[in-house]
Design a protein around this ligand. Sequence first.
Ligand code: MG
Length: 374
Amino acid sequence: MQDISLILLAAGSSTRFGLSAKKQWLYQGQKPLWLSVADNFSEKFSFFKIIIVSAKDEIEYMKQFANYTYVTGGNSRQASLKKALAEVDTTFVLVNDIARCCIDSDMIDRVIAQKENASCIVPTLKAVDTLYLDEQPIDRDKVRIIQTPQLSHSDTLRKALSSKDEFTDESSAIRALGERVIFVEGSTKAHKLTTIDDMKKLPCLKEPSSETLIGFGIDIHPFEDGKIMKLCGVTIDSTFGFKAHSDGDVAIHALIDALLGAAGMGDIGELFPDTDSAYAGADSAILLSETMKRIHSYGFVVGNVDMTILAQTPRLLTYKNDMKKSIANLLSLPINRVNIKATTAEKLGFVGRKEGVTVHAVASLKYFNWMENR
Ligand code: MG
């Protein structure tokens, strides 16, 4: 076991990426990108600890994938790195951006081999293009392109980052302290994934698994006089609606649970707690849109959905087409991928006594195939 911890920075919002999925959640086989990077490092090197920095709402979900140390990111790369350093108890720390997803083991060996010789070891590339500065050509042999991962002395890096100045990497922070930084030969394989076009340049990326994930959801709401009845986002002509904290769209609630179930994301109550006043009278169509935003950003697409509405009253036959269109629209799916069935309960139980409605839903998800989009 080496006296080195690894920090993987994955807290970026991927705003430059132009896909509905965040880049750290693009699947490689059955693993999201962040996990395949962490596992690759873990298989090739023996780190004391691997620390993954991510957005707050992603961490609980990430914990289900692997037993690494997870830290909530800050507002900038530097702020995230400072928070991660608080978890480091080794002499040295290697810091890698998750966007540097293809690992060149030989390059990392070159970096680690120099660890006793400076406060920061940096892989660099020589510039191969002609370079201008302020409209004047400059000597490209004097230019170095900085890469990650960089290896730093942990205490020196902590001190360097306590400065008020913002640095774009560890080496510039450590050099600002007047400490020694040395360069080793980098690797063109360690290209950074910033835009979708970069994915063509990264031969280590592999296509997502084509497996299908299934989820199931069920919801029940009692009737309440004088409320507007909504099912699947469609207003139903009725003198009563549903008793609920939100608008009571029992069909959308069951569907949200099916979608969350397929993604392994818990249930509707965890995402939109009914103790939260923000969701009082909430339009369930908006809750479904928010659910879809989350499902897409975590690297999934919906395959199909199927729902059964059990209602003795009202009669729903004439609404089924509008319901299908409404759900297809909210999920950005072709109408043939949405099936809605309605049945009575043959006058049995609470549904049969016309006390309320229950809905069962199933949904299938697939991993977003980024290969088709690159
Ligand atoms: Mg409900």
